[in-house]
Design a protein around this ligand. Structure first.
Ligand code: FES
Length: 351
């Protein structure tokens, strides 16, 4: 049975088929609700149910707590309508009109960025281009039907090849393949672009205060969460954005700060850009004299009042969770935190 879904405050309406989640139906109709993992794990798609009933589906309690559910919240990537429903959610204009495609691609270059990180450069068929926003991700489609999600590490203007950063998870079905058997010229298939992790260059309806285009930006990257941040930065530099941008990058030891020279060269080239690497387990050989500890702690040490900022954080779930709590405690408005947790890799935990 099909049901009508209305989104407030935009008033957009569409029909959800019985097999569809609210998010799937919304995207099919060109309504861009925020989302990341599509797995009930990250909480990005959380919104309010104003009227009607839903099957909440399966999800992780840290993405939607029992008290949030009682307060009428739902995860739209998992929830299916059981009646006509009215929901409250912010729609994102920037991704509108971008088509999600399923395409073949060829591995044209493999570069070892760190001992356990491989950079893949993927070439699309000659007559195809992928329109995307810096920071979005693609799903690599495996032969057995499983998917592996990877952020696009390049910016849209530099789209001769799609760049992905793949961390080696021993035993992981895709990453093990990348590190042991994949060769240049191999063929892959992917679907994308996906997700709503991209720089907000315009305020969404209803936002007040300082304009987004002028608001200072803090970027927080952990591990291969650097990939979408790299794309966002390259886009910002190319577009000549003048907003102050401060990147905090967390890693265990110096060897994990892959492409560090590139980031330092940006600091030289762009006066609105600052870079703070933070190591949590520097090794004696690192001779590290920079910041130490957890990356979210370095952010709030430097910015004890986050009320006037936007934060974009990308990295492993514990980093995102710790950051969410710390940033909120330091005054960051909830609608100014954008995050890309590796949870869109949840069905990817093995690789
Ligand atoms: Fe719905 Fe992550 S919980 S997109």
């Amino acid at each position: 049975m099909n049901f009508r879904v209305r989104i407030e405050p935009s008033g957009h309406e569409f029909v959800a088929e019985s097999s569809e989640t609210v998010l799937e139906a919304a995207l099919r109709h060109g309504c861009n609700l925020p989302y990341s993992c599509r797995n009930g794990a990250c909480g990005t798609c959380k919104g309010k149910v104003i009227a009607g009933s839903l099957d909440y589906g399966t999800y992780e309690s840290r993405a939607l707590s029992e008290s949030e559910k009682l307060a009428g919240m739902a995860l739209f990537c998992r929830a299916r309508p059981l009646s006509d429903v009215v929901i409250e959610a912010r729609e994102i204009g920037a991704a509108r009109g971008i088509t999600i495609k399923t395409l073949p691609c060829r591995v044209i270059r493999m570069e070892r960025l760190a001992p356990d990180v491989m950079g893949l450069h993927l070439k699309l068929p000659q007559n195809e281009r992928l329109q995307f926003l810096a920071g979005q991700y693609v799903d690599i489609l495996l032969r057995d039907g499983r998917r592996r999600s990877f952020s696009i590490a390049n910016a849209p203007h530099d789209d001769a090849a799609l760049q992905l950063h793949v961390r080696h998870l021993p035993g992981g079905v895709f990453s093990e393949h990348v590190f042991t058997r994949m060769k240049e010229k191999d063929l892959l298939r992917f679907q994308g672009p996906l997700g709503t992790f991209f720089l907000r260059e315009e305020d969404e309806a209803g936002t007040t205060g300082q304009q987004a285009a002028a608001r200072p930006v803090i970027l927080v990257a952990g591990g291969t969460g650097f990939a979408p941040i790299k794309g966002i930065l390259e886009h910002a530099f190319y577009a000549g954005l003048k907003r102050p941008i401060h990147l905090f990058r967390g890693a265990r030891a110096r060897r994990d700060l892959y492409l560090d020279d590139l980031v330092r060269s940006w600091e030289q080239a762009y006066s609105n850009f600052r870079y703070t690497p933070v190591l949590s387990a520097a090794e004696p050989a690192d001779r590290w004299e920079g910041r130490s500890g957890w990356v979210h702690e370095a952010v709030v040490q430097d910015y004890p009042d986050l009320a006037g900022y936007e934060i974009y954080a990308s990295g492993p779930p514990p980093m995102i969770e710790a950051g969410r709590q710390a940033f909120a405690a330091h005054g960051l408005p909830a609608d100014r935190l954008f995050y890309d947790s590796f949870e869109h890799a949840l069905d990817n935990t093995a690789g």
